[in-house]
Design a binder for this molecule. Structure first.
Ligand code: UDP
Ligand code: MG
Length: 314
């Protein structure tokens, strides 16, 4: 079993040296072949030059330097694209995750496809970080149906084929376990150690909460309806249209048989609005259906995932 460790780094000049020493200690002891992929996410400090120096001394290091700061998700994605190991491990580069947990992750991944860390004794400020994160974890677990205590923990292990089939956008790396599990990936969670950040600054603030919420809506929508958008928009459209038609029919009867003056009635506006919006919703669903077909067929993306093929000489 070969191992790739992917570490995103953005302005972590005070951490890279210690991080590499600790990582190398742990990985050398495991005794399998390994590579460490440091992804410099457009740092403006000495991170990159320190990585370049390290790389010259250690043949197990691969350094990817992104042209600008693309964000942690993109940095992970770059690492995944270059990773060669059977198992890919991700972790933060700020020494908050502990490399000593890697053997435990490798042990657990034997029975699973994805192992996620759980920072049970998390060493971050309560109000600014732990509380929002508790709410987020509860919400994400509820909405996606994949129950984890700690979506935000970067320390994770993946089987190679899991990361190679992932397509990450925006800040979606937090949702990988949820997305992966709907493809049938077996997900486990184990407790991992967490340290306070001693050097350098955290790159995120409270504004992340709203971003996570929006990402959750996207993930939920894709999970439920990405292959059948008409099933999502259609029912809303039909209900609106029927309500609109009902109202309009009622008004028409009033006008024709009772000679009532309906021109100034608010109900008329509502009826017309519901019909138009209803038709638009159905139209949106149909457009979605076309997009889904273009997406899958132009990229030859199947709507299923295969675990194993037996027979026919394969
Ligand atoms: N990071 C990155 N690009 C970014 C922001 C962060 O590569 O745009 C890296 C950062 O250097 C660190 C990891 O992602 O190694 C986690 O970041 P941070 O410690 O700031 O997050 P927190 O632990 O506060 O959630
Ligand atoms: Mg951190």
């Amino acid at each position: 079993m070969t191992v790739s460790v992917v570490v995103p780094l953005y302005n972590e000049e005070d951490n890279v040296g210690i991080l590499h020493d600790r990582l190398r200690d742990v990985l050398d002891k495991i005794g399998t072949e390994y590579e460490i992929i440091y992804v410099d996410d457009g740092s403006s400090d000495r991170t990159l030059s320190l990585l370049e120096d390290l790389q010259k001394t250690d043949k197990n290091i691969l350094v990817l330097s992104l042209r600008r700061n693309f964000g942690q998700t993109a940095a992970f994605a770059a690492g995944f694209d270059f990773a060669k190991g059977d198992v890919v491990i991700t972790m933060d580069g700020d020494l908050q995750n502990d490399p000593k947990d890697i053997p435990k992750l490798l042990e657990t991944i034997k029975d699973y496809d994805l192992v996620s860390g759980w920072r049970k004794k998390r060493k971050d400020p309560f109000l600014a970080r732990r509380l929002p994160s508790m709410i987020a974890n509860w919400l994400i677990s509820k909405v996606t149906g994949v129950r984890l205590h700690d979506y935000g923990c970067s320390l994770k292990a993946y089987r190679r084929d899991v990361v190679k089939n992932l397509r990450l956008y925006g800040e979606m790396h937090r949702f990988i376990p949820a997305v992966a599990s709907w493809y049938g990936v077996r997900v486990a969670e184990i407790e991992t150690t967490h340290h306070p950040r001693l050097r350098g600054k955290s790159k995120y603030g409270i504004s992340r909460t709203i971003k996570v919420l929006l990402d959750l809506i996207t993930v939920k929508f894709l999970q439920s309806f990405s292959t059948k958008p008409i099933q999502f928009f259609g029912p809303i459209g039909i209900i609106f249209s029927i309500a609109g038609l009902g109202i309009s029919t009622y008004l028409a009867v009033e006008k024709i048989f009772r000679g009532a003056d309906i021109g100034g009635r608010p109900l008329l506006l509502l009826g017309v609005l519901l019909i138009i919006v209803g038709i638009q919703f159905v139209g949106m669903g149909l457009l979605g259906e076309m997009l889904v077909r273009v997406y899958h067929e132009s990229q030859k993306k199947p709507i299923y995932t295969i675990k194993k093929i037996l027979g026919h000489g394969r």
